[in-house]
Design a protein around this ligand. Structure first.
Ligand code: HPA
Length: 235
């Protein structure tokens, strides 16, 4: 048991898929895993461990935003001996060069957040994916014939804002899209010497206001879930 996760030691696999939404974790466990067992439901943040094509994997939520993923990923890495976390989430595209449903493999996360500095003394506003999992995602996507774009993204603390211009840090690092978690996941993994990647599906095109509709969401996320699970087999 850790402060925010009720699983016993040994009940969480070496690789964890981490969507933001607890019900997405349940959806993955119900539809993609066999022998899935609910191992934590503290605060309704659900964690399951099961088998994908015979290999043990866990799936559990990060919640929304840097503070939340900062807590869950830290406890998974330090209390449950997790080696690799693959965040699977959605993002808003800053450019209409991206299309709805596009898949992104995050190379670097840029952020105004002070999380990395005040938690671990990591200076700077850009943190890379950690370890080899990013490459395994690229190779696995190739094998499966799924297109995935390597890109920098902006991890923002803000969803609603007055100023609709592109934030400076996003311009500085050519960020094509925005989400709210990768920076803290990468910072924790860098500090702890663990592996972390983030796969995103474009759910909004910010300049045009286009969005994936609620009933298209499941189909959109299926491609990303399958890619993350297949990546897990190759780690
Ligand atoms: N902003 C931040 N996070 C997001 C967005 C967005 O527009 N869309 C999906 N995740």
């Amino acid at each position: 048991m850790s402060v925010h996760i009720a699983a016993e030691k040994g009940q969480i696999a070496k690789t964890v898929l981490q969507p933001g939404d607890p019900l997405r974790a349940k959806y993955i466990a119900d539809h993609f895993l066999t022998d899935a067992k609910l191992v934590s439901q503290t605060r309704n943040v659900l964690y399951y461990t099961g088998l994908y094509k015979g290999k043990e994997i866990s799936v559990g939520a990060s919640g929304m935003g840097i503070p939340s993923i900062g807590i869950y990923s830290y406890e998974l890495f330090t209390q449950y001996e997790v080696d690799t976390i693959i965040r699977i989430g959605t993002c808003g595209a800053y450019t209409s060069d991206l299309k709805l449903f596009d898949l992104l493999n995050v190379e670097n996360s840029a952020s105004e957040s002070t999380y990395a500095k005040f938690a671990w003394g990591i200076e700077g506003d850009l943190i890379a994916h950690q370890g080899n999992v990013f490459n395994v995602i690229t190779e696995t996507a190739q094998k499966l014939g799924k297109e995935i774009l390597k890109t920098n993204i902006h991890t923002s603390d803000i969803f609603y804002r007055n100023d609709q211009n592109l934030p400076d840090v996003a311009t500085k690092y050519n960020c094509t899209a925005v989400e709210m978690e990768a920076f803290a996941l990468f910072a924790n993994a860098q500090h702890l010497g663990k592996n972390a990647a983030t796969i995103l599906t474009v759910s909004d095109i910010i300049p045009t206001g286009e969005q994936i509709s609620a009933n298209e969401r499941e189909k959109a996320l299926k491609t990303m879930i399958e890619l993350a699970l297949e990546t897990g087999l190759n780690l």
